[in-house]
Design a protein around this ligand. Sequence first.
Ligand SMILES: NC(=O)c1ccc[n+]([C@@H]2O[C@H](COP(=O)([O-])OP(=O)(O)OC[C@H]3O[C@@H](n4cnc5c(N)ncnc54)[C@H](OP(=O)(O)O)[C@@H]3O)[C@@H](O)[C@H]2O)c1
Length: 312
Amino acid sequence: MRGTAVLTGATSGIGLSSAKALAWLGFRVIGVGRNPERVREAERQIRAACREGDTPLSGDNIAADNQVLSPEPDVSFVTGDLSTTDGVRRIAAGIRDLLAQTGGTLDILVLAAGTVSTWHTTTAEAYELQFAVNHLAPFLLTHELLPCLRAAESARVLVVSSRSHYHTRIRWEDVMMRRRYHCLAAYKQSKLCNVLFALEFARREQTQSRPIQMYAVDPGLVATEIGLKGTAGIERLVWRLRMRAGTHPEVPAQEIVRIATEPAYEGQSGKYWFRAREKIPSRVARDPEQAARLWRLSEQLCGLTGEKTTHE
Ligand SMILES: NC(=O)c1ccc[n+]([C@@H]2O[C@H](COP(=O)([O-])OP(=O)(O)OC[C@H]3O[C@@H](n4cnc5c(N)ncnc54)[C@H](OP(=O)(O)O)[C@@H]3O)[C@@H](O)[C@H]2O)c1
């Protein structure tokens, strides 16, 4: 076994394709999914893909170079919902239990779960759904798994952001968009949060002797069903049309796996990547004050204030 990878959003789209590729490369894969039936189906698909050699990396140079191809992958799932902090903590506990079976270390964390909602939907904690799933969940799950990442020889965290993070800002005056909600505006804000989080995490890691590497990845336009799940009306229609121009999820999965595994990306932490090449994120995303403010707010919303974080 080459190490362990945990992936959220591993039941479909970019997360599922990335899970197939990492399993094929010989990583122990722990996926996270919210629906037991979809979890079973994803697990079946990952196993079948490895057995049949039909993964995003089959025939790829990466596979040839690595030579640890795995027709019988070690794959398991933790089932839970990422929309509440309690849910994230339960998922983290499940992951830690599974990791304990192999020494408790985590080498790769891919934060790919994401959601879109036409309606202003509030979670059990009264947080706006896209902010909760797309930003708070990656923030809290990373925090919860830090000791396992720290225990690995060299750990990498990848958060799947988007080009949607350009031309937007954080609505500090109404982060949950209670007064004025727009589906795309809430999505864009959450994807900006992904980049701010990655860059701030990398900055904070600089003081560590063995910094955990963190990357924000733009997968490009990908033909997945994300825009058909929590949507109706114009958003659904627009996504149906946009999907036609999207790439197969295998394309970003290959890039995610490159960044997660190739030595060339070591020391490239705190950067934003498109097509596995560095790209300059938006001006707001590069603003350390915005990032620090988001960090403090996220700690507060996740109930981490007063707790000693590993970055202190
Ligand atoms: N598709 C694109 O063009 C595009 C472009 C830029 C960025 N992205 C980003 O890429 C990431 C992956 O999206 P995708 O396009 O691959 O969409 P997708 O196929 O819908 O995948 C999203 C994943 O997140 C899971 N998920 C959603 N809400 C959850 C919750 N509350 N708890 C636990 N899991 C939850 C979904 O579970 P289910 O399988 O149960 O639905 C699914 O596995 C997202 O962060 C998205 O913002 C996508």
